[in-house]
Design a protein. Structure first.
Length: 314
């Protein structure tokens, strides 16, 4: 039998944490984070990691597990997430994967056998973060600069293939690059249901702007200073996340705090837009526009009604 799995995705600041905790309480579930920044220790404020009291006694996995001085790849996420899914199921509870990192979600719902190749995971993650931060076209131009002919055979929005092509070209491997157009094949291991959370753009952007202000008030600058005292710099993968790079540049005097906050808000809005574009490619997703609800409870009620009968719950 396929393993039951609930997946909740959406852009940053949409309200995934609050909704997922409500859902987990109702469905006897436990949460696995699919957030590329929340996985790191000591990166609590900038990643908007929920505090213990906010988790309302719902276990959260892959949250604060990894030392930020270490790299963490999609392959590692896949391995750990699958292990935690099995652990949750053994407790007769429902695993709920929650997050906004699209490649992490892909690693669970598509057949991605990372063991077949000898990949450069650090490079892949760096390129993926560049695509999320600056857009697919930015990454595609990198590929064009390396090999125009190879680039012509790959669609700019096929980020997975663009990243793989860059990886092969930069490795110095002179073998002819094979076809990068193979479609992703769905993983048959899980009986999954995917929920997408969205808000009207004006409301979402306002929430993003307010969240950035709150992160500053909560001590983001001090958090970044502490990470830098550990020897971390902008070039480290963990520090490429939103909030960390901008504050590092402020601390180095490249611009003042007001400008750092303005850039962080802008970059976060752009990132949210790219997340929405990514998730809208999933045909199997059911969207819920939270702007249309008077309360979170009303939204949760509708989501639960949709789930009922569509997922083999335990």
């Amino acid at each position: 039998m396929k393993k039951p799995l609930l997946i909740i995705v959406g852009p940053t600041a949409v309200g995934k944490t609050e909704i997922s905790i409500h859902i987990a309480k109702k469905l006897n579930g436990e949460i696995i984070s699919a957030d590329s920044m929340q996985v790191y220790k000591k990166m609590d404020i900038g990643s908007a990691k929920p505090k213990e009291r906010e988790r309302q006694n719902i276990p959260h996995y892959l949250m604060g597990d990894i030392d930020p001085r270490e790299s963490f790849s999609v392959a590692q996420f896949q391995e750990k997430a699958k292990k935690y899914i099995d652990i949750i199921l053994e407790k007769n509870k429902l695993p709920i994967v929650v997050g906004g990192t699209g490649l992490y979600i892909n690693s669970l719902i598509y057949q991605m056998d990372f063991a077949e190749t000898e990949p450069d995971w650090e490079l892949r993650q760096e390129l993926q973060q560049e695509a999320e931060r600056y857009g697919n076209e930015y990454l595609y131009k990198k590929l064009q600069a390396l090999d125009q002919e190879v680039a012509s055979r790959i669609h700019p929005n096929n980020v997975k293939r663009v990243i793989r092509a860059i990886e092969v070209l930069q490795s110095g491997n002179n073998k002819e690059i094979k076809d990068f157009k193979t479609d992703l094949v769905e993983n048959k291991e899980y009986n999954y249901l995917m929920i997408g959370l969205i808000r009207e753009r004006e409301e979402l952007y306002d929430r993003i702007n307010r969240r950035v202000d709150q992160l500053i008030e909560k001590g983001l600058i001090h958090e970044v200073k502490e990470l830098m005292n550990m020897g971390l710099e902008e070039d480290d993968i963990s520090m490429k996340g939103l909030g960390y790079k901008e504050i590092i540049r402020y601390l180095k005097g490249l611009y003042d705090l007001e400008e750092a906050i303005r850039i962080l808000k802008r970059n976060t809005r752009h990132y949210a837009k790219r997340q929405i574009t990514w998730f809208k490619r999933y045909d199997q997703i059911q969207w819920f526009n939270l702007t249309k609800y008077v309360s979170i409870e009303d939204a949760v009620s509708d989501i639960l009604k949709y789930i009922e009968g569509k997922l083999s719950l335990l």
